[in-house]
Design a protein around this ligand. Structure first.
Ligand SMILES: [Zn+2]
Length: 369
């Protein structure tokens, strides 16, 4: 079984919008109530682990008796709030996350509901959701017939739009494809990647222009008095641009990964730790913004769907310093040297040389596997 999520824009009516707002609020309310109770119980039994284990926690059903207005919203959304809290605690206890926090009004406005007995249906530009009945949505992509819908997450974006993510499950056993074509990719700050054929992925011009605009508008925002009308207006403008840019980037990353997954049977990349890298190199936010992580995850599922491979090679492999022609490794290579020149006479663009080395390293792995 495999999972795939499909994202669409929702167009609720005024009444549906009211119910959505109410649902976000109820989910937050139940989450906070349950968190409050857990904190009290942990405080009370923190020195008595055995007694703590025997404690039971309230369910959304109990809160419904106390706060009848909770019945007005999708009960599955409330049940998922409980599951999310449980997950948050599991992450805390396993050391993966900090102690769960209360959700305030600024928290992400979102809830998840599940498919039970045909409560969620799609038909002709409309999706039927529990309590909300039929909501208009823009289905720009078909969900294949063999995909079974499992859950839907509805989110209100910072600019007041509504998105729905439809999670599906499907039977999937791709036949492994024999590897005939391999490409290596070298991560590039400016263009996303340079491949072993010498090609560069390039962000479209309109995307770069939008980025420049964002920088300008952010500067304007920083000059406005916080909380003032003009500040609020500017903040919305910045949020809208942010949304636009992240959508443009996602589109671009989808297209680039699709292209590669179609052309090649195997793609080799370096396993970069972007978080560590951005800290180490003081690149700040820009490395994350470049979308390498999102790109590689798109690439992975698009290849795997077709029985193809993504190979990640060790990030300590000296891809830049090695000559892709004779294999000699240079002692040093400064970042400003854009052309790689070797004693053997080989000369190439620095990034292309690295991409070829990444490809070779991946092919070695394929031979061992
Ligand atoms: Zn050489």
């Amino acid at each position: 079984m495999a999972n795939k999520a499909y994202q669409f824009r929702l167009y609720p009516t005024k009444e549906q919008e009211q119910l959505l707002t109410k649902t976000f609020g109820c989910v937050r309310f139940v989450y906070n109530k349950m968190l409050e109770e857990r904190i009290q119980i942990y405080e009370k039994f923190k020195d008595d682990k055995e007694a703590l284990k025997k404690q039971t926690f309230s369910t959304p059903a109990k809160y419904k008796k106390e706060f009848p207005w909770l019945k007005e919203v999708d009960s599955l959304a409330l049940a998922n709030a409980q599951l999310n809290l449980q997950k948050a605690f599991q992450n805390f206890f396993s050391g993966r996350a900090g102690f769960p926090k209360f959700k305030n009004r600024k928290a992400k406005q979102s809830y998840t509901t599940n498919v039970v007995n045909g409560n969620i249906k799609l038909s002709d530009g409309y999706i039927k959701l529990p309590k909300l009945k039929w909501i208009k949505f823009k289905q720009h992509r078909e969900i294949p017939a063999h995909h079974i819908i499992k859950a839907c997450t509805i989110t209100k974006t910072k600019t007041g739009k509504y998105d729905i993510s439809i999670l599906t499950e499907y039977e999937h056993q791709p036949v492994p494809k024999e590897v005939q074509t391999v490409v290596g990719l070298d991560f590039s700050m400016n263009t996303l990647y340079v491949d072993s054929e010498g090609k560069r992925a390039n962000y479209p011009r309109f995307y770069r222009q939008a980025l420049e605009k964002l920088t300008r508008e952010q500067r304007v925002l920083s000059r406005r008095r916080k909380g003032s009308n003009r500040w609020h207006k500017q903040r919305l403008k910045v949020a809208k641009l942010h949304e636009k840019i992240s959508n443009q980037r996602k589109d671009f990353l989808h297209k680039e990964s699709h292209k590669l997954a179609k052309l090649y049977d195997c793609v080799v990349i370096e396993d970069l730790n972007m978080k560590g890298m951005s800290q180490a190199l003081h690149f700040g936010q820009s490395v994350h913004d470049n979308g390498w992580g999102m790109f590689t995850s798109f690439l992975q599922y698009k290849l795997e769907e077709q029985g193809k491979k993504l190979i990640k090679i060790d990030k300590w492999f000296p891809s830049s310093k090695t000559c892709s022609c004779c294999g000699q490794v240079k002692e040093s290579l400064s970042l400003s040297e854009r052309t790689f020149r070797c004693e053997c006479g080989f000369e190439s663009d620095r990034d292309v040389n690295a991409a070829i080395n990444i490809k070779h390293e991946g092919m070695k792995r394929l031979a061992i596997a």
